[in-house]
Ligand binder design. Sequence first.
Ligand code: SF4
Ligand SMILES: [Zn+2]
Length: 332
Amino acid sequence: MDLSQPLTNEQIRGLRKTGVPPTVHHVTRGVPQGALFEGEPVAGSAIVPTATYFLTGSECRYTCSMCDLWKYTTGDRTDKGSLPRQIQLLHQEHNTIERGIRWLKLYNASNFFDTANVPEEDLHTIASLCHGFHRVIVENHAAMLSSSTVRQRLLRFQEKLDGELEIAMGLETIEPEAVRLLNKKMSPEQFADACQFLRGSGIHARAFVLLQPPGSVPATSVEWTVKSCQWAFSCGIERCSIIPTRPGNGFTDTMRASGLWQPPGAKRLEDTMDAIVLRLLSEHRIATVDLWDWERISGTCEQCRGPRRLRLEAMNIGQCILPRVQCVHCDS
Ligand code: SF4
Ligand SMILES: [Zn+2]
């Protein structure tokens, strides 16, 4: 693969079929992919019961090289009425309101304020389906928030909620070579500007930060992830979610097969969380590691996989450092 020039959308999409084809997850139009229930840490050592709804809609307009969320999308435009129906269904199926869930994440694997992903006419109904939740968290690309039309749409949605709004945005990384390969189409200034707009509008902001994306040198990837979180916090981000970059999207698999990239292992994720807890956190700066794919990460064995996960979960919740799990079997 020639990486002297960043790849285009078409080349990245082409690798989904012709590189090392990824396993494709089958999604059905209009059918939600499920819900996850967990506690989110907040200032003062409290934990907020939180639900994440994984909704099915159309694909994100951006084509970030490392992203695999396109696997969970379908069609060019989300059908009108589809997302409200899916939210209603998940509310009923899980008794979400009755069981005292306070925060609700509506994750649609794309941009909540792009009308191709969430029809404008549905925003009012979605907001009314969020009544009773203290905070609603949705995802959106930071560069889109430069548009005054998008800002107005976002503010109208905020007005209709009876709780707070939080926007989750992918910063991904500030490591230059990784940024060059990301195809993120976002400048640091756009990210900082989006944070400033959100803060000025009384809206919370969180960032997704990648550990060891393509282009990141393994030996320094922990340090760059720490620096990226530090930069996000300095822009006004309140919480960083650290995601170990996953294989499985075509581009990353092709990079891996060519020896140009390797996914981070468990130890590197642990090193990252330890460094961030020790160096960056404060009462108003929260960081968690994403453990959704922990079972597939390399560098653990049957004996230590569970205890090491429990340690990271406890650190996510407690925002504190805990003793490392020593494994006599894999010594990783
Ligand atoms: S903006 Fe987010 S959802 Fe869209 S391609 Fe990039 S990482 Fe994926
Ligand atoms: Zn082990």
